[in-house]
Write a new protein. Structure first.
Length: 294
């Protein structure tokens, strides 16, 4: 019998307050499923969903946590968050267009359409903590710029530039993609982690990243905005904001916090770019506390 179930049974048999049994139930594995929705331009996108126990989900006022992966990555990369955050919050992980199990359309690989896809997903949700990682940071910020923040209880931005100084160093990544896409994507996937991952996981993520047409994948890395575009959006965001970064973006985080003092900064000193995979327990605690307070 799972530990949480044993705790609930023992609490009941010992005559303990019902809250103890309820607390034990909250640690049970969430119900997991996936569903699809159709965007306003007719594309079918896949979403993974974790639902807490009936007792917990019945409580009002909890925001929905929505997880947006980075460039060419599938929603399944958020597995540890779905399993843990889903014990307390309804938690959704999106496969953006062309990624994971979502449809691979011919068009829509630009900041505006990606932001509109997020708008379509969030439309029926009353309050959302939106968690964007890597490219998902820019998509989340463009959602705020295009559609406002009325659906948002808060933003968690994970390890990408937000337009603050210093600017990231120039990269040859696009040229390397064109020259040898398979090898470049494999290096990219391996480089996301500071800690070794199973080879089957690396291969699965690599193959997921190769699903999107090359020119679409390159378009996602070529949003035509100056860095100030993102800086202005994030500085003016009026809701709670948490910026989780590795050392690469720590100076940007400090600059943002200086200009926007209410910003919560979390430094993952020993993690890789996919810091929520390298240090899932800490990341989940941060997001859970942030969502609880939002």
């Amino acid at each position: 019998m799972p530990l949480a179930a044993c705790a609930a049974r023992n609490a009941a048999s010992a005559g303990l307050p019902s809250e103890a049994a309820n607390a034990a139930k909250e640690d049970e594995e969430p119900a997991l499923r996936n569903f699809r929705f159709t965007t306003s331009d007719g594309v079918r996108l896949n979403v993974l969903e974790a639902l807490p126990s009936e007792a917990r989900s019945a409580k009002e006022g909890k925001p929905v946590i929505v997880l947006v992966p980075g460039w060419c990555m599938p929603a399944t990369i958020w597995q540890a968050q779905l399993q843990t955050l889903g014990q307390r919050f309804r938690t959704l992980a999106l496969d953006p267009r062309g990624q994971g199990d979502s449809e691979i359309p011919a068009a829509g690989y630009d900041a505006q359409r990606r932001a509109d896809d997020l708008r379509d997903l969030l439309a029926p949700l009353p309050r959302v903590v939106l968690v964007g990682w890597s490219l998902g940071v820019l998509d989340a910020l463009d959602l705020v710029q295009r559609s406002g923040d009325s659906h948002l209880a808060g933003l968690v931005l994970v390890d990408n530039s937000v337009g603050e100084p210093p600017a990231p160093r120039p990269s040859k990544f696009l040229a390397e993609l064109r020259a040898d896409r398979s090898a470049t994507v494999e290096r990219f996937v391996r480089g996301m982690f500071a800690r070794s991952r199973p080879e089957e996981e690396i291969e699965r993520l690599k193959q997921a990243a190769l699903k999107m047409p090359l020119e679409a994948a390159i378009a996602l890395l070529s949003y035509p905005f100056p860095r100030e575009h993102w800086r202005n959006i994030v500085r003016s965001f009026s809701k709670p904001l948490c910026y989780c970064v590795t050392s690469r973006y720590l100076e940007q985080a400090h600059n943002l916090q200086r200009e926007r003092p209410a910003t919560q900064v979390e430094w993952f000193e020993h993690a890789g770019h996919a810091l929520f995979v390298d240090e899932p327990e800490r990341f989940n605690r941060i997001v859970s506390a942030f969502a609880q307070a939002a």
